[in-house]
Design a protein around this ligand. Sequence first.
Ligand SMILES: Cc1cc2nc3c(=O)[nH]c(=O)nc-3n(C[C@H](O)[C@H](O)[C@H](O)COP(=O)(O)OP(=O)(O)OC[C@H]3O[C@@H](n4cnc5c(N)ncnc54)[C@H](O)[C@@H]3O)c2cc1C
Length: 596
Amino acid sequence: MSKILDFLSKLDVSYENGVSEREQIRPYIESMRSQFEELADRPDIIDTISEGFPPLLQIEKKEITYQGKTYYYDQQRKIHNRYYRFMPKYIAMCFTTQHVQSIVKMIPFFDGPIRVCSGRHDHEGECMGTDALVIDLSGMNSVQVFNLEKEQDNNYAIIDPGIQFIDLITQLNQNGVGIPHGTCHSVRVAGFSFGGGWGPWTRAKGMGCESLAGVTIVLGDGTVKELWDEKLLPKKANGEPVASMTDDDRKLLWALRGGGGMSYGIVTSLVYKTFQLPPYTTKFTVSWKNGKALEILEKWEEIISGDNPDLLGTNLKIMAKSGDDQSTGQGCYFYGYYQSSDVDQNAIRKVIGQWFHSDLTPDDVTFQDGLSADPGENGLNSNSFWGGLSAWDRVIDWKDNSNSPLQYSGLKSYEFIPPEVDDPAPRKITSKLVKAGHEGGGLGKAGREILIQSLQSDLLEQKGFDAGLACYITLGAISGSFYTEYNSEINKKKRGEYDGSAFPYKSSPYTIQYQVWWNQNGVNKQADQYVNKALDWLEWCRDLDFPQTYGAFISFKDASIPTAVYFQESYAKLKDIKRNYANDPLNRLSTRKTII
Ligand SMILES: Cc1cc2nc3c(=O)[nH]c(=O)nc-3n(C[C@H](O)[C@H](O)[C@H](O)COP(=O)(O)OP(=O)(O)OC[C@H]3O[C@@H](n4cnc5c(N)ncnc54)[C@H](O)[C@@H]3O)c2cc1C
């Protein structure tokens, strides 16, 4: 596929601590010059490579070791959505910005597709590809926390793109700070941030991307840029004031905040503005086995559009039913992420009781974390928060807790997290957003009826559910104090065109995510006969005449939805930024759902 990459894959470099890559690569450079004519007039490429080059995994080279850790081709090529399987030509294991820069300089000499991956959670598998050159940043996974004393408004963390949330949140929480992260333990911060980043803090703190204050990015030609938004973080940890960003850089950072992954360059470091954690946080689940979905939905809409500032974030899950299901209700689960100033579970139960009474009384209210959970050996009460972050968007039959990957010795409440939390499995997702302005702050009566009716279909069968097929919607609240303030007239006037983010749904009350998952508890061959029909149901829901909704959320990626639909009013500007600032004239940094 590429003679130069084949040559570079054979570099005999030891990636152990203290051994200079530069010294080891030097002997190869002269040989490169003489072997490859195409490099003759590209001293910049030779110079870049001679500073460091990432180890390449291939079918023929199944493992590499970097600083004591071994990485395997067959492991790295697997993605979270097991519906897809890929056999890349090369997987460039990048551990430094230098590595990314060197491999990006090689793109012109490779004819196949280019893919970029951090956490491999892309629902359409656009992070991986057969015969592709995959630029893999999952080995870059540390975080540095900067708490400037007394200056709570200028605290931040510098985060590697490949860190997964369980590790990131652990380290942030140990320092008493947080970011608006996602819910699943293994999603990684890179793709999450560029897609927008919905989560348990969205009502109070906005989407994750609103707190993205800077990045280090390698553009399409290998140029490295450091962007830092002085309006979000005016000072660095050493007290030095941050210089104003240029207009061009501001546009690029704006695009990275919700404009989708990969399009604008490859990000090797993210600067996140952090916030102080509230004294106590918890997650509760209010459940109805056979709930009146229409009424519960109406109530939930009222809650998210009302004045409930302690409800930091929430989502509602409603199960789909088979066409012949005669029952009057269906499974409904209201997940809430809640803050309080004191350990008082009963006070929260009382609030929930006021929300849902008489004929909406739930079957159960549980605190998966429990406000009374052991606060952890380091005494930070908010650390108990993580216990509540099990995956809201999965329906799993918790069977075996014995091999939990999530236990963490310092924080006992971690043991509450079921281990299967977000194990890889096949699935298909599609999404819509609710338009603002309807009665009650949600879909309105007619819209609610369309949504709930879409959840009963002849394409779905009880036998399929019994075989482990899970079909449902999850609704993720966006409306709350953060976007109320963001959208206020006074703030609109204060903000420049490229301040804030490209995330186009700041006025939408919530996301609607239709989901079909199977084989979540291991392969069940019985499920296969029901999968295609369930996928037809999902596509039917996607195409539904549903005038109270619009758009789609790029992080809940469905490649069949046109790109313009995802990005709405930001689309034209994002295409412009890609063309003018990504230094990628041939659009090599592209997949089906990148901006161009
Ligand atoms: C189980 C599960 C739970 C989820 N929960 C949530 C949730 O709570 N909230 C939410 O908002 N989303 C959620 N998502 C969606 C998730 O945020 C997106 O799929 C996200 O893109 C994943 O990012 P990643 O880095 O893990 O995955 P990847 O597949 O590695 O990357 C996703 C995209 O970003 C690009 N990309 C990756 N790294 C870089 C980089 N360093 N520079 C430039 N581009 C890059 C990739 O090319 C790809 O297009 C969930 C997904 C799953 C599977």
